[in-house]
Write a protein that binds this ligand. Structure first.
Ligand SMILES: *[C@@H]1O[C@H](CO)[C@@H](O)[C@H](O)[C@H]1NC(C)=O
Ligand SMILES: *[C@@H]1O[C@H](CO)[C@@H](O)[C@H](O)[C@H]1NC(C)=O
Ligand SMILES: *[C@@H]1O[C@H](CO)[C@@H](O)[C@H](O)[C@H]1NC(C)=O
Length: 450
């Protein structure tokens, strides 16, 4: 079988030994794992993920869930559409602080807004029902925050709020996954028209919703900062330039009103990092003369550079810019990626059954901290709003939401084989990821209320 998964890495004991004391947390979660699997699911140059198996005691769990929706009062950026937006300002229930991260999944008879037939935009690998996934229980759950209701997604409200505006999703295949969920839900109210496509595997695309003159686009940029992706003809590791944004998306920044940033999994790849014109270190680069520095601080620098550059470039512009950072989405490998049952669950975890911990918690924490820092740094710029879309915990609780073997059509058509590829990273559409966009809309509604 031709595998899209490459570069299984094994880490020799002697190699790992020298790092133990130096980078213990990193060692526990990343070096020690029996296998770090890199899934190339976003073919041909794609994302990946890792399975992290370890038998060491868990360090105290990082489970700090801030109130991601604390009201902030910032003037709505002036725009030609303000009259339309006024119409949209229906009286809302009294503003309460709702922590959307704290809640649980409850059964929901309603089911999704769309299906693979009504939405023609779903990437093959995530179109689970069309690929033969027959247990459909995973479609009938709803995220219930403890402190407030989370309304079902309202496509017309979303489009109204973005009238005459452009929302861009920038990041890796999780950004694309979230974008496709959004497009499918919006398409139930208004047909999108694909107006632009470029790049291998449609990595850069834009749709226009004529009904509200809303543009929705996606930009492939798995590091946000400038990077050279590992390739057959180039280096066998990624190269990241942590002090420069990736101009493949950033060059269009002036035309964006809202940006959703979503990265994480690609930072686990072997890479060499540069800053200020010289090499800073690397991650998993035996044979190269660089210092191993892990990837948490690297992710931090990449997010920081990105948010800083957005404020610097846009603070002098007339229109503001709203920025969302989608936090790390945990993978759910329970066994080997290429064996049946790699992510076999068909129901969410019960509350308390699972805590956000280890790498998932660290990655999220870095992103949340950088967003909180950017809020402070951007205070002087009235047109800049930034918020984390904190999906890490609610996504962790959905081991049932991944394509698993249904990343490929009818994987068991000829009976159950010993080896079968599994995707336990991305999310089936429709599915749990639709909730991310429900929360995104709540953040936008809150911003609009000012
Ligand atoms: C998809 O949704 C449409 C419209 O609601 C419905 O007619 C169709 O039967 C659905 N298809 C499947 C496969 O559920
Ligand atoms: C949407 O994109 C088109 C180009 O494809 C552009 O002409 C138009 O001005 C954009 N509209 C908005 C609201 O960004
Ligand atoms: C590795 O880097 C160190 C410090 O930069 C340098 O002194 C040494 O010569 C390098 N070794 C090789 C094999 O390049």
């Amino acid at each position: 079988m031709v595998s899209p998964f490459k570069d299984h890495q094994s880490h020799s004991p002697s190699y790992t030994h020298s790092f133990i004391k130096k980078i213990l947390p990193y060692f526990i979660y990343v070096i020690l794992p029996i296998a770090v699997i890199r899934l190339y699911l976003y073919s041909p140059t794609l994302p990946q993920s890792s399975t992290v198996h370890h038998h060491l005691p868990q360090p105290s769990t990082v489970h700090h869930l801030p109130h991601s929706t604390t009201p902030i009062s910032i003037t709505t950026p002036s725009s030609s559409s303000s009259s339309h937006e006024e119409e949209e300002k229906k009286p809302e229930a009294k503003e309460t602080q709702c922590d959307y991260t704290d809640g649980n999944w409850v059964p929901d008879k309603m089911g999704p807004l769309y299906n693979g037939t009504t939405c023609g935009i779903i990437k093959e690998g995530q179109n689970c029902i069309t690929h033969g996934r027959s247990d459909l229980g995973y479609l009938y759950w709803k995220w219930k925050p403890k402190q407030c209701p989370l309304p079902r997604f309202e496509p017309n409200t979303f489009l109204h709020l973005l009238r005459n505006k452009h929302i861009a999703f920038v990041g890796d295949s999780m950004a694309r996954n979230q974008l496709e969920s959004l497009l499918c839900m919006l398409a139930t109210a208004s047909p999108p028209k694909l107006v632009y496509t470029d790049g291998e595997d449609n990595k850069f695309r834009r749709w226009n919703f004529a009904s509200h003159n809303v543009n929705v686009s996606v930009y492939w940029s798995p590091f946000l900062v400038k990077g050279v992706e590992k390739s057959k003809s180039g280096p066998d590791h990624n190269e990241l330039y942590l002090d420069q944004v990736d101009e493949r998306w950033a060059a269009d920044m002036g035309k964006m009103d809202m940006v959703v940033l979503s990265v994480g999994h690609w930072f686990l790849h072997p890479a060499v990092y540069f800053e200020g014109g010289s090499a800073l270190g690397c991650h998993f680069c035996p044979g190269l003369n660089h210092t191993e520095i892990g990837f948490y601080d690297v992710l931090r620098k990449a997010v920081r550079t990105t948010l800083k550059t957005i404020t610097e470039r846009r603070e002098t512009s007339e229109n503001g810019i709203n920025v969302i950072v989608t936090t790390f989405s945990p993978a759910h490998f329970e066994g080997e990626w290429d064996k049946a049952g790699a992510c076999p669950k068909t129901k969410p975890y019960n509350k308390g059954e699972k805590n956000l911990e280890g790498m998932d918690a660290e990655m999220r924490q870095v992103e949340v901290e950088e967003v909180e820092a950017a809020k402070v740094n951007g205070k002087g710029f009235s047109g800049f709003k930034v918020e984390e879309l904190d999906v890490s915990y609610l996504s962790l609780m959905r081991p049932d939401g991944h394509p698993g073997p249904y990343m490929n059509p009818f994987p068991f058509f000829n009976g159950v084989k010993e080896r079968v590829q599994n995707d336990c990273v991305h999310w089936c559409l429709p599915g749990a990821i639709d909730t991310w966009n429900e929360i995104l809309l709540e953040i936008m509604k809150k911003w609009n209320r000012g």
